[in-house]
Design a protein around this ligand. Structure first.
Ligand code: GLN
Length: 231
């Protein structure tokens, strides 16, 4: 008798543009480390994924309101988030850095008094900046995506931005006219997230798939997107 094989489909939310983790390449194909990992793990573990480019904050909100099953979006595993979400095993190391315009004289947080800083809504980097705001006396403006946030600094409307170290480095390598002026703070890791207690089997499959990918070289292959030629 024929074998009936119904693969389960999970809806996974991600950011709109967070290279090298998720972004549209020059052929307008949606690629990146997160996309690659999620798709390869799904194949390995026999499930299907429907990836939705929602934006970071919107993806997290959609997960919380049960509209999607999981989020993979360069999402930092933080103690606060761990009370709401179940995270997979960590898959990439990160930390928060401050970046300024390439010709800026600003060297660190103590040069920010009275100045405007660009942040991205709902991110660990914004949380970090806000925790330092009183001490250093800067103003903030928020954006929903990283590109508009960087542009606010490039165009001189804000003097600095806070972003994850690997993402900021990649943006600069690929032509964003900013420079990093601080060492990474709040160091931590990215993880794949589901609502707490609601999808243990998906976390299990992700973790198992990640282990397989680490053993068979596919994980390393997914990361090669990060090494772009210097400009
Ligand atoms: N890593 C950051 C966070 O988790 C930012 C993620 C993102 O902007 N996609 O808050």
């Amino acid at each position: 008798s024929p074998k009936i094989h119904a693969e389960k489909t999970y809806t996974i939310g991600t950011d709109v543009t967070y290279p090298p983790f998720e972004f549209a390449n020059k052929d307008n194909k949606y690629v990146g480390i997160d996309i690659d990992l999620m798709k390869t793990i799904a194949k390995e573990e026999d499930f299907k994924v429907n990836i939705k480019e929602l934006g970071f904050n919107a993806a997290v909100q959609s997960l919380q309101s049960n509209q999607i099953d999981g989020v993979i979006a360069g999402m930092s595993i933080t103690p606060e988030r761990k009370s709401k979400f179940d995270f997979s095993d960590p898959y990439y190391k990160t930390g928060v850095v401050m970046a300024v315009a390439q010709d800026s004289k600003i060297k660190g947080l103590s040069d920010l008094k009275g100045k405007r800083v660009a942040l991205k809504t709902g991110t660990a980097a914004a949380d970090y900046a806000q925790s330092q705001q009183k001490k250093y006396g800067f103003k903030t403006v928020t954006f929903d995506d990283s590109d508009n946030m960087y542009n606010d600094v490039v165009n001189g409307n804000s003097v600095a931005t806070f972003e994850d170290d690997p993402v900021m480095k990649y943006a600069i390598k690929t032509g964003t006219k900013l420079k990093i002026v601080t060492k990474p703070a709040e160091s931590g890791y990215y993880g794949f997230a589901v609502m707490k207690g609601q999808n243990p089997e998906l976390i299990q499959k992700f973790n198992h798939g990640l282990q397989v990918l680490k053993k068979n070289g596919q994980y390393k292959k997914s990361l090669t997107v990060i090494s772009v030629p210097k400009q």
